[in-house]
Structure formats: C-alpha cells, structure tokens
Design a protein around this ligand. Structure first.
Ligand code: XMP
Length: 318
C-alpha cells in the first residue's frame, strides 16, 4: 500500500526537478484527475503553471460554471476559460462511429491547445491527468493490439509544438487519486463527484451527436444524479448517467401519441473502472428516475436500466 503523503512529497520534488524554471500548461476538465494534477502542480511550481479549461459542449449540466467557480473562487488558481462548443459540435456533425468521435474530439482538443499555447505561451510543458488504467487500456505499454477504446487524454499533440508531457498521476488508480486530492485540499463536493470521461457526453450519446440528444442526455443524467443523491446512493456508486441513442418507442402524452427517445439509465459500481458491476438499485428509486425522466425531459418516452457488467460490456456505451 502506497502512502499518499509521501507520494505527494516525492512527486512535488520530482516536478520541481523536472520543470525547473520552465512554464507548464495544464488541461483541466473539472474532473478529479485534472483538478488533482492542477493542485499538485500549483503546489510545486505556483505561477509557473497555467490552467486551461475547454468547454466542448458535451459537459454535464452547468458544469462549465461550476469549474470556473471551483478554480477561481475555491482553489485560487488562475484559469483560461475557452468556450469551443460550436467548433466541436460542428466537427462532430454527422459522425456516428464511436472511435471516430473520440478521434475528432482528441484532434479538436489539440487544435484548441495549439491556439492557447500561441496566445498565452511560450510553454515548455503540458501537464495531463493520465491514470494507470488509461495507460494500460490505451495500449501504451502493450502496443496497438491492446486498444479497447482510445482515450483522448493520452498523447495526440503535434510534435512541432515541442511540449514535453508531464503526467504526475500515471502510476495511480482512481481511489489513490481521491486520497491525494483530499490531502491537497480539493473541495469535498468535487471529490465525491463521479468520474467523467474526457470526451464527455460524446460517449453517452449513441450515434450522431445532435443538439436534441445532447439536451436529453444532460437533463436525464441530471435527474439520475439528483435522485441518487436524494436516496443516499450517489456516494455508493462509481458512475451514473442516462444515455440516449436513436432508438425510439411510442408513448402517450395526454391523448397524444408521441414517438420519443428511449433513455438508458446506467449505474455501476467499481473500484478502478477496469471491471464494473451494475448497481442493484431499489426498484422504487429506478421508478422515480423513470417517471421524472418521462415527465420532465421533453422527447423521452421510455426508460430502460442497463444490467450488463464489465466485462463483457464497458462502462460507457460508446
Ligand atoms: P469504459 O467505457 O472503457 O470506461 O469501461 C472505463 C472508464 O473510463 C472512462 N472513459 C474515459 N475517460 N477519456 C477518459 O478520460 C475517454 O476517452 C474515456 N472513455 C471512457 C469511463 O467513464 C469509465 O470511468
């Protein structure tokens, strides 16, 4: 068992040694991983660190506001906020293949980064919140044959940019990152927040990403989260959301026939995301989520609950 206090101490020393007097740009997403990287780097090198937060339009409801508040008000770390919503959604228009979506998002991230570097640089380093499972699943240590899903936060920047990559969490599992974050004073509500994938709702919207499906996914996921919290279940599960695809089913709204979307609720328990088990939520809780989704989310007529574990399924449908 690795002691996290000594991990922090030795990592801060390593960062100072590696970085020296050079400047570091950190990509932050509002998740635990990148926030912890930012807190760790800030503690090690102070203002030599600049953080950038890119809103790709596929975040959880109100997440962009929460992230800006977290950095500026709660952690007192300078933040460059970039709203690239239109740019990302434009590039994703018409794209249905899950790996293509990831690739496009990865490439757009790189493009936006290049702009940020040009406008705010020079920087010599890029800090990333890559974790041990990302390293393994992206096949970095096993070669391309081991790729399950390409995680956009590993690699992908143009060589000419000449940014060295620093990944202070690359040997940690998620539960260890939480411990490190707590020790660094990252606020509790963020610590308790479920992990969220870099490509965001792109991996929870099956098929093409449209404004309508994005709205449904955000709203229905918010209901799933709120109901879990109200029932005291939120902290017991690893991830929870509502996914939406192109499948439709007939519903009735008053006297009207509505051909609406089928929503899939996915709630899983896990320790490190390498394996996961679907949560045996009480029927009454699933029922409450279901009736709120069909009542409150326009265009949603049916709700299903995903009962596949990982393996053979994965946590995200895309
Ligand atoms: P899967 O769906 O592969 O997900 O079982 C395992 C864990 O990884 C998250 N995930 C990602 N995280 N970039 C990320 O940063 C990605 O491209 C990505 N894809 C999946 C997922 O939410 C789960 O926690």
């Amino acid at each position: 068992e690795w002691d996290m206090e000594s991990f922090i101490e030795s990592t801060i020393k390593d960062i100072r040694n590696q970085v020296g007097k050079e400047k570091v740009l950190a990509a932050v997403s509002g998740g635990i991983d990148s926030t912890t990287v930012a807190a760790l780097m800030h503690k090690a090198i102070g203002d030599q660190l600049r953080c950038v937060f890119i809103n790709h339009g596929l975040l959880r409801q109100d997440e962009e506001k929460d992230v800006v508040k977290l950095f500026k008000d709660q952690m007192d770390i300078d933040l460059i906020y970039i709203n690239a919503e239109k740019q990302f959604l434009g590039k994703l228009k018409g794209v249905t293949d899950p790996e293509k979506k990831r690739k496009i998002i990865g490439e757009e991230f790189a493009n936006v980064f290049v702009d940020v570097v040009k406008k705010n640089g020079p920087f010599q380093w890029l800090a990333q919140g890559t974790l041990y499972p990302d390293v393994i699943e992206s096949g970095v240590s096993k070669g391309p044959a081991a790729v399950i899903k390409t995680h956009h936060n590993v690699g992908g920047l143009p060589k000419w940019l000449d940014l060295k990559v620093i990944e202070p969490l690359r040997y940690l599992y998620k539960d260890e990152v939480r411990k490190v974050a707590r020790l660094l004073g990252v606020p509790d509500d963020l610590l308790k927040r479920h992990p969220f994938p870099g490509p965001g709702l792109a991996v929870r919207i099956i098929g093409e990403i449209t404004p309508e499906k994005t709205r449904i996914c955000k709203h229905a996921s918010k209901i799933v989260e709120d109901e879990l919290k109200a029932a005291g279940w939120y902290d017991k599960v690893w991830q929870a959301y509502a996914a939406v695809g192109d499948d439709r089913a007939v519903g009735v709204l008053g006297d009207e026939r509505v051909y609406g979307h089928i929503i899939m609720i996915r709630v899983v328990e896990s320790v490190d995301a390498m394996t996961a088990d679907w949560s045996r939520l009480p029927y009454e809780l699933i029922e409450r989520m279901s009736s709120r989704i069909t009542n409150e989310v326009e265009g949603a007529t049916w709700v299903t609950y995903a009962v596949s574990s990982k393996p053979p399924a994965t946590i995200e449908p895309q």
